[in-house]
Design a protein around this ligand. Sequence first.
Ligand code: NAD
Ligand code: IPM
Ligand code: MN
Length: 346
Amino acid sequence: MRIAVIPGDGIGQEVVAAALPALDLVAEIFDLDATVEQFDWGADRWLRTGVGLPEGAVAQLRAEFDAVLLGALGDPRIPDMAHGRDILLGLRRGLDLCVNHRPLPLATGTIELFRENTQGLYAGVGGTVGPPDRPTVAIDECVYTRDTVQRFLRYSLGRIRDAGQRRVTLVHKANAVPHTGRLWRELYAAELAAFPELDGTDEYVDAFCYHLVRDPGRYQGVVAPNLFGDIISDIGAALLGGLGLAASASICPQARLALFEPVHGSAPDIAGTGVANPYATVLCLALMLDHLGHRAPADALRAALAAARAEGGTPDVGGHDTTSGFMTRVLAALRHQHHRARPREV
Ligand code: NAD
Ligand code: IPM
Ligand code: MN
């Protein structure tokens, strides 16, 4: 496995540095060959050189790597997040990662949340009218293509079925946003026809958010356009117990190369204090191993996270651990499982 690592900014760097030893250890235990190459794309480089996603980066990732791990982007010195859009949205679009899987393993059951990841309000279509510094009109268009919505739905519904879920909900706002809303509903109905195992329904995003908070057990599979999926995933993270626990996989249905990143951002409010929660980043490694076909080491990482969390946690989840203190627990749990799994010969 050749893994490109983009630590990014703020706590992105901290959680990635903390989590990578778990990859090394699990690779050693399961005899996997994992090589890691780091890329310094982020705020410092942007401010120094004006370059966000370097020329040729997408082609290089495609040619040389099996997966990408990204920490987070975002820096108070770049308030409009121009570098973040260039790098993060550039990678999502450039690698055609139109599916973003953000699983929510809740006590009431796991919600398999799938977010479209490249279009909608993130299509980058828009502009202003009038003076650039004081526009009279500002426009960000919501753009969806039949091809992308179809590929997204087909792949996501397949994954939801394969996860053993029966119910699936399309989240939309077709009452107020009719053109893209109609396209989504049409394609949803058409794609669902190929999945007789799935019981499909749809809800307006406002009502969906209301029910999600009050009764998360109501949902199993969820498919959502880009911005709705973004917002839903932070609500979901709150239900999980915090943003530090939520992981994601950005996937292209037509390619193996995928990108894994925690749902959270660079958290400037706690960056540098050593207490960022690395849980979501370790969980990203598990999603990555799953994606690359290494189920047992992925399960071992998840079990180690659960064991570590039962003993402690960082302050965001009510514990007193530092980032490295929590990782000490994760690594110990991994070693412990390993010794139990393979008792020494006598
Ligand atoms: P955020 O997710 O960075 O932080 C929200 C809150 O959650 C903060 O109080 C933060 O301390 C806490 N938090 C987040 N992750 C945590 C963790 N691992 N451990 C402990 N606490 C954690 O959201 P924000 O403050 O709105 O955004 C900060 C910057 O990050 C902005 O520049 C934003 O654009 C960017 N951002 C980037 C990504 C990404 O790279 N994928 C995602 C979201 C936000
Ligand atoms: C996320 C983030 C990004 C998004 C931002 C930083 C562009 O919030 O990954 O959830 O909206 O997709
Ligand atoms: Mn988000």
